[in-house]
Design a protein around this ligand. Structure first.
Ligand SMILES: [Zn+2]
Length: 284
């Protein structure tokens, strides 16, 4: 269905911009990145395509709310598609997503209002202060993202995607694709991406997003969104990192994780793109 107008959201105003009002020039100068689906509260971002049949198009990584009339526009189309680097080729997208969500569940189990650490993953020793604050944060976060932690986990045939806590990475993980779990300790913004320091049990490692990450067209929506992690660090006591990438050893013999795809890592089980979107909407 054609989207005839878009919601233009600024710091203190929301207005509709019809196709008649917009031009390529105006779009580039004013509206780019600030246009949303015209349906009230629908979070889908739209862009303007000029030309003979000028139209508004839903961003590739953006989804309409289920009750939005433009929701059907996206039917039959996956939100995240595309090529995968050679060494993750044999691991399907669904499988990565499923593994990430199971890994997160293994890190934090939310049952009612209680935050429980799974027994098979030793919690931090000085864990006692993690009570009310953490629980509050968790439910706030669930509300914030319309959280859904109960995705069905399914079994896959074939080789398992091995997951490791930061402190349990071993030499034989080097050169392999692994799912790595840890807490975000710090983030340094670099170009359009960042380096994230994650840690657990006194071990830390760097998560890197290299040129091939930045050059991958499918990652476009993730570039320049890493500020959201900085923002999260100031709001949350703990940020769970789960990410699938290649484990490597840097020059100093320290392990690092190289992520290729924007959808292959999560913060508190959320996609960076979504986090940045929700955060920029909340700042209105
Ligand atoms: Zn919509």
């Amino acid at each position: 269905m054609r989207i005839p107008k878009a919601r233009y959201i600024t710091e203190d105003d929301i207005k509709m911009v019809t196709l008649n009002e917009i031009t390529k020039k105006k779009y580039d100068a004013i509206y780019k990145g600030k246009l949303f689906c015209p349906t009230d509260n629908c979070p889908a971002k739209v862009s303007f395509c000029s030309g003979q049949k000028a139209h508004y198009k839903t961003w590739r990584f953006s989804n309409h709310s289920p009750d939005c009339i433009y929701h059907l526009n996206r039917n039959g189309r996956r939100t995240v598609v595309g090529s995968t680097p050679a060494n993750t080729m044999n691991i399907s997208k669904t499988r990565i997503q499923d593994a990430l969500s199971r890994a997160y569940k293994s890190m934090v189990e939310v049952d009612g209002s209680e935050l429980i650490q799974p027994s098979n993953n030793k919690p931090k020793k000085n864990d006692s202060p993690k009570t009310n604050g953490a629980v509050k944060e968790q439910s706030f976060q669930l509300k914030l993202f319309g959280g859904d932690l109960d995705e069905e986990s399914s079994n896959y045939k074939g080789k398992k995607l091995l997951s490791r806590w930061v402190h349990l990475i071993a030499p034989n993980d080097v050169g392999q694709v692994r799912l790595i779990k840890g807490y975000v300790k710090d983030v340094e913004l670099l170009d359009s991406a960042a380096e994230i320091i994650i840690g657990f049990n006194n071990e830390e490692m760097k998560v890197v997003f290299e040129e091939r990450f930045r050059k991958e067209p499918l990652n476009k929506s993730y570039l320049n969104k890493f500020w959201a992690i900085k923002e999260m660090l100031s709001h949350y006591k703990e940020i769970y990192f789960t990410g699938v990438g290649e484990v490597r050893e840097d020059r100093n013999g320290k392990y690092e994780l190289s992520i290729f795809m924007g959808a292959s890592f999560k913060l508190n089980n959320e996609d960076l793109y979504n986090i940045a979107r929700v955060m920029s909407l909340q700042q209105l």
